[in-house]
Write a protein that binds this ligand. Structure first.
Ligand code: ADP
Ligand code: ZN
Length: 433
C-alpha cells in the first residue's frame, strides 16, 4: 500500500517541475523574511527572480550547521513567533544543540511524511505501535507519534527507557510495531531473552529503527531475536526530524520524500554536485517548510543516491544506508575508519553480541584503537584457548577489512553500557588531551 500515490509515484519530469516551483517560492520567501539569507544571497549575487526552476538550485549557497549555531536560537526563522506551534532541538551528538521551529502546517507535513514512512513498513490502523524513541526536544518520539496517529494506528507513547515496562507492554498490549533506535531495539531483544519471554507469545512483526547508523549485520541480529522485519528510517532535526526517507518492503535503500526534501550529493571538499551513484555528502533543501526553510543544508552524512525505478512502484530516489557522518569518521594512524565498518566485521561473527565500544587513544605519539566486544555467554565460559582463538580471528578480520590493526578485548555479556537512545560507540581519548 502507498500512502500518497500522487507524490510518491510522480513522473520525474513532473516532480522536478514541482520542486522547481517550490524552491523558487521558498527562495523568495527567505529573501523577504530572513536577514541572514538576504545577505547570503546578495553576497552570492543572486536575486530571487534569478531562480526559475530546479536547474538553478546548484547556484544557491549552502547552509551549514555552523550557520544554525551562529543564529541560535531563532535567527533563521522565517515566520513570527505567534506562527510557531512547536520547538525541537537536535540531540547535540556533535556539539551545541540547534533549535528548530514548526508552524501548524509544518507539523501537518511532518505527520504526512512519517505516515508515508510507516505505510512503507506495512503499518495500518490495525496496528499497535510502541513508540520507544525519546519524547521531548528530540524529534524521534513526537515525530513517530504524530505520523502513527495520522495512519490511525494505536499509539503506545512509552518513550525511551524503562526496559522492563517496554517488555511488559509488548506482552500485555500485544504491540505489533516497535519504533526506537536500532541500538535500543537490540537491547530490548536481549532483555526479552533474559526475561525468558517466549517470542511466540508476542505479536511484534515490524520495527521502525533509525536516528543512528546501523549495519545489515545489526539488522539481521535484531530481526532474529525479536522475530520481526526491521526497517530503516532516516531524518534529521534541521530538515524536519524522522521521515526524511524510509525503506519500502524491498529494502533497497531509503526512498526520500523528494516533493518536500530536495536531495543532492556533493563532493564535500569542493561543493561540486555529483551524479547519482557516487558517494558524497548529502544535502537537503526542505522547500515546503514554513517556520525554518533551509537552502541546501549540508547534513555531513555520507551516502549515495539511486534513481532506478523500485519494484514497489515509487519513483522517489533511494539513498543508501549512511556509512556515517563525515565527523564520525575516525582517522587512526592516517587510515579513515567508520564505526559502522567495525560493527559489520564484529556482527558477521556468530559469537559476538551487538554491543561494542571503540576506544581510541594516543601512546608515544601513535594512535591506538581498542575494540571492546561482548560475546555470547556460552562462548565466554569456553576454555581460554578458544577465547584466544576468537580474539585472534576478530583481530585478523578487522585488520583485513579496515587495513589497520586494533587490540581486541573480549568482555563479559552486559559489561558495555546499554543505550536507550542513540548509542555511543566511540570514546576518543585523543580529544581529551
Ligand atoms: P544530532 O545531530 O544531534 O544527532 P539529530 O537527532 O537530528 O541530532 O540526528 C540526525 C542525524 O542522525 C543524521 O544527520 C544522521 O547522521 C543520523 N541518522 C538519523 N537516522 C539515521 C539512519 N537511519 N541511519 C544512519 N544515520 C542516521
Ligand atoms: Zn521501493
Amino acid at each position: 500500500m502507498i500512502w500518497n500515490e500522487h507524490y510518491e509515484c510522480m513522473e520525474r519530469e513532473e516532480l522536478q517541475k514541482l520542486q522547481g516551483q517550490r524552491v523558487k517560492e521558498m527562495v523568495k520567501r527567505v529573501y523577504d523574511t530572513v536577514p541572514f539569507y538576504r545577505n547570503k544571497l546578495k553576497e552570492a549575487g543572486i536575486e530571487p527572480g534569478d531562480i526559475k526552476g530546479i536547474e538553478e538550485l546548484k547556484k544557491l549557497p549552502f547552509t551549514t550547521k555552523q550557520d544554525l549555531r551562529d543564529n541560535y536560537p531563532f535567527g533563521l526563522f522565517a515566520v513570527p513567533q505567534p506562527e510557531i506551534v512547536r520547538f525541537h532541538a537536535s540531540s547535540g551528538t556533535t556539539g551545541k544543540p540547534t533549535v528548530v521551529g514548526y508552524t501548524h502546517n509544518d507539523i501537518q507535513m511532518w505527520s504526512e511524511v512519517v505516515a508515508r514512512s510507516l505505510t512503507m513498513a506495512g503499518v495500518t490502523k490495525t496496528d499497535i505501535i510502541q513508540v520507544a524513541y525519546g519524547y521531548g526536544l528530540f524529534t524521534g518520539g513526537l515525530g513517530l507519534h504524530y505520523g502513527a496517529e495520522k495512519v490511525g494506528a494505536s499509539v503506545v507513547p512509552i518513550s525511551g527507557g524503562n526496559t522492563k515496562k517496554q517488555l511488559q507492554l509488548i506482552e500485555d498490549f500485544g504491540s505489533t510495531v516497535l519504533a526506537c533506535t536500532p541500538s535500543y531495539a537490540a537491547f530490548i531483544g536481549e532483555s526479552l531473552v533474559e526475561e525468558k519471554i517466549d517470542p511466540r507469545k508476542i505479536k511484534l512483526k515490524a520495527g521502525v529503527f533509525g536516528a543512528e547508523p546501523w549495519t545489515q549485520e545489526m539488522r539481521a541480529q535484531i530481526e532474529q531475536v525479536l522475530g520481526i522485519k526491521a526497517y530503516d528510517i532516516y531524518g534529521l532535526t534541521e530538515i524536519i526530524g524522522p521521515g526524511v526517507s524510509m525503506e519500502c518492503q524491498f529494502q533497497r535503500g531509503m526512498h526520500i520524500f523528494e516533493d518536500h526534501f530536495i536531495p543532492e550529493i556533493i563532493n564535500p571538499d569542493t561543493g561540486e554536485v555529483l551524479p547519482y551513484g557516487e558517494l558524497g555528502e548529502l544535502v537537503f533543501t526542505p522547500a515546503t517548510k514554513e517556520a525554518m526553510p533551509l537552502i541546501r543544508y549540508r547534513t555531513r552524512d555520507l551516502t549515495r543516491l539511486h534513481a532506478e525505478q523500485c519494484e514497489c512502484g515509487r519513483t522517489l530516489v533511494r539513498m543508501e544506508k549512511c556509512v556515517g557522518r563525515s565527523d564520525d569518521m575516525l582517522i587512526i594512524r592516517g587510515v579513515n575508519v567508520f564505526p559502522s565498518q567495525v560493527e559489520s566485521v564484529l556482527l558477521e561473527m556468530s559469537e559476538t553480541k551487538p554491543h561494542y565500544l571503540i576506544v581510541v587513544d594516543r601512546e608515544n605519539n601513535l594512535d591506538t584503537m581498542e575494540i571492546q566486544v561482548e560475546i555470547e555467554e556460552e562462548f565466554f565460559s569456553d576454555e581460554v584457548k578458544e577465547l584466544e582463538g576468537l580474539r585472534h580471528r576478530i583481530k585478523a578480520n578487522i585488520s583485513s577489512t579496515l587495513g589497520i590493526s586494533a587490540s581486541i578485548r573480549l568482555v563479559e555479556p552486559g559489561t558495555i553500557e546499554r543505550s536507550m537512545g542513540k548509542a555511543k560507540r566511540v570514546i576518543d581519548k585523543r580529544n581529551l588531551q
